[in-house]
Write a protein that binds this ligand. Structure first.
Ligand SMILES: [Zn+2]
Length: 195
């Protein structure tokens, strides 16, 4: 049996066979306080597990004989004091590791094929999933929280927001016209002189 990559939220609820949704205000509070790299993995609803491809991949063998591979999520590692601030990558301990159990098939002593049997996220940072009973957060909800906070960080006024957009549009239009004019001049200069 192979478990495909599943959403990283709601696993606790799924285990209890119920879905409970967090409301917008609760998500806003959570997004404002949680580390940005944690918010980002929740928002994406997917971790970024480290790429493999170098050397020995397995680190243990279970009593049942499965070969264990552990892939940390590089996106939501704990930020160290000397790490540059978000959105630069953080380099501390991983908060979440994908644990995979593999069947290493062999014929006599020769390895013939490695087959994934099972995979599950392991939360090294218990705070990652939030408090039990908090409810499941939709990625769209988290994106709305983050974007709202970013916009409010610039202005709280719709009039000001619209004015800023019009100015941006005007600047882009001016830049486009300047580019066209420069292009025309270059083309005129490129015309070979006759006579
Ligand atoms: Zn992650």
């Amino acid at each position: 049996m192979v478990i495909k990559g599943v959403s990283i939220q709601g696993e606790q609820q799924a285990a209890r066979g119920q879905a409970m949704w967090a409301d917008d205000a609760a998500v806003d509070n959570w997004a404002a306080q949680a580390p940005p790299e944690v918010v980002d993995c929740h928002r994406r609803a997917r971790h970024r597990y480290a790429d493999t491809g170098t050397g020995l991949q397995f680190s243990a063998i279970t009593p049942e004989g499965w070969y264990v591979r552990r892939l940390p999520c590089d996106a939501c590692r704990i930020r160290l004091d000397d790490d540059p601030p978000w959105p630069a990558p953080s380099t501390g301990m991983p908060r979440v590791v994908r644990v995979e159990w593999w069947d290493v098939k062999h014929h006599r002593d020769k390895i013939t094929r490695c087959v994934l049997v099972r995979a599950a996220p392991e939360y090294l940072d218990k705070a990652y999933l939030g408090a039990p009973g908090f409810g499941r957060m939709r990625p769209r909800q988290i994106t709305a929280s983050v974007t709202t906070a970013e916009v409010l960080g610039v202005t709280q006024s719709v009039t000001q927001l619209r004015k800023t957009i019009r100015e941006t549009e005007r600047a882009a239009e001016l830049e486009r016209r300047n580019r066209m004019a420069a292009l025309e001049v270059a083309q005129l200069r490129a015309v070979p002189e006759t006579g």
